[in-house]
Design a protein around this ligand. Sequence first.
Ligand SMILES: Cc1ncc(C[n+]2csc(CCOP(=O)(O)OP(=O)(O)O)c2C)c(N)n1
Length: 189
Amino acid sequence: MLDIRDAIRALLDRDRSALVVSTCGYITRDLYNLEDRPQHLYLVGTMGIAAPLGLGIAVAEPGRRVLVLDGDGSFAMNPGCLPMIGEQRPDLVHAVLDNGAHESTGGQRTAALGDPVAMALACGYAAAHRIETADRIAAVELTRAPTLLHIPCAPRSHRAGRRVEPSPQQLVARFQTELARKNEETPTG
Ligand SMILES: Cc1ncc(C[n+]2csc(CCOP(=O)(O)OP(=O)(O)O)c2C)c(N)n1
């Protein structure tokens, strides 16, 4: 089964220019320790808001792709955002990294996840796929937006890396500066 860090690496490499929003807990820490770039917005507090925040960013920044790194627990916490994403049709890739647990808080089993692929399609996503290998992440078609990728992952065998050091305020300011810089480079009108 896929190592969650390999899944994140493959997702990042799929589109180096994408804006990235990561859900709180170990997924944010995995991303931060793999690579730290100003175009990453790390959530450090609340589950269930990576996807709606990604939606807001994608709506505000047309012409830019947003990659959301969600956990299965975080996904299950806020399915109400799915029809909003389906209706708005942003250029958003919604990856659900599914290790079957709330690993960040001790590995409690995630109850009643449902079928994220079926849920996304029922809610109006243009495409949704279950993906089991890094090669498939590299190859899957992402031209139809929004797309959900349900990615089963193994429980972590690595220690959680260091915590995100900048404060949420500093992270937001850095992200906003990056958006402004990119918009100057390539105005989207
Ligand atoms: C609303 C809310 N409830 C609980 C928590 C505590 N908490 C932080 S991460 C986490 C588990 C997240 O699970 P998942 O999204 O599946 O990611 P994983 O840790 O398994 O990678 C929990 C319960 C929180 N941050 N926010």
